[in-house]
Design a protein around this ligand. Structure first.
Ligand code: DGL
Length: 274
């Protein structure tokens, strides 16, 4: 009984290539306030978007090894690129429950669209993997999907360039074609992109709903924890720890600005040793 209780009070592990996964972490903090969370941002090896499936699998495996060593009970792959290329692979290797962000994002988009015309933006990897296209058409075969890779959005977010004129210029250029496709829903298929939501929304106009998978993913995580009887007891303190593979100070500054709260400590780890 005590062992079960101890297991339930272990942390949720979250990883992304950098700060993008904080969009998911923030929603998990909100929906699951008593859960302890350990966040890993692979800032030393970001961006994941242009890399091969093999490398993404290797990086994701090391990230999971690190989180498992920290004793987590559940893992959230808070990166679309890693979800697209590595989630299935990780689920086969590890005996620990996990969730990615692509499935929940697709569910939210299919639900939101009224005209069945959905745009998907993401990294080159996520778009090339066609994982959103597959997930969306599996939900509803008559949906029309319009994909577009927007790799520079990741750098803009990592550099804190979220509402500068340069961000608007790049968004105008990337999204120009999508604007003629009569989409009513646009999936922000990269966890960095919600950081640019205002700019993307201004370019697309008020009639296009922007879907970020954070809320849906946190909701799905909550459902899985309760189904598996893995939710922490109310007494748990909701402690949060942050780890990165490079530049902890930069992560702390951007992370605090984004979360709107102080991050006490960001620890540097050597992810290559995992
Ligand atoms: N935030 C990540 C994603 O959702 C990856 C961005 C990157 O590292 O290229 O795909």
């Amino acid at each position: 009984m005590k062992a079960r209780e101890n297991h339930r009070n272990k942390a949720i592990g979250i990883f992304d290539s950098g700060i993008g996964g904080l969009t998911v972490a923030r929603e998990i903090f909100r929906q699951l306030p008593n859960e302890e969370v350990i966040y890993f941002g692979d800032t030393g090896r970001y961006p994941y978007g242009p890399r091969s499936a093999e490398i993404i699998k290797k990086f994701s495996r090391q990230n999971v090894n690190f989180l498992i060593e920290k004793g987590v009970k559940f893992i959230v792959v808070a990166c679309n690129t890693a979800s697209a290329f590595a989630l299935e692979y990780l689920e086969k290797i590890y005996n620990i429950p996990m969730i990615g962000v692509v499935g929940p994002g697709a569910v939210a988009a299919a639900r939101a669209s009224k005209n069945g015309r959905i745009g998907v933006i993401g990294t080159q990897g996520t778009i090339a993997s066609e994982s959103y296209q597959k997930s969306l058409t599996a939900i509803n075969g008559s949906l029309k999907i319009f994909p577009k890779a927007c790799p520079l959005f990741v750098s803009l977010a990592e550099e804190g360039y979220i509402d500068k004129p340069a961000a608007k210029l790049i968004a105008d250029d990337y999204l120009e074609n999508l604007k003629n496709k009569k989409i009513d829903t646009l999936v922000l298929g990269c966890t960095h992109y919600p950081l640019l939501k205002k700019t993307i929304g201004a370019v697309m106009g008020g009639d296009v709903k922007l879907i970020d998978s954070a809320e849906e993913t946190a909701g799905a995580a909550r459902a899985i924890l309760s189904e598996l009887d893995l939710g922490s007891s109310a007494a748990a303190a909701g402690k949060r720890s942050f780890f990165v593979s490079d530049s902890p100070e930069k992560f702390k500054i951007l992370g605090e600005a984004f979360l709107g709260r102080r991050i006490a400590k960001v620890e540097l780890i050597d992810i290559n040793s995992y």
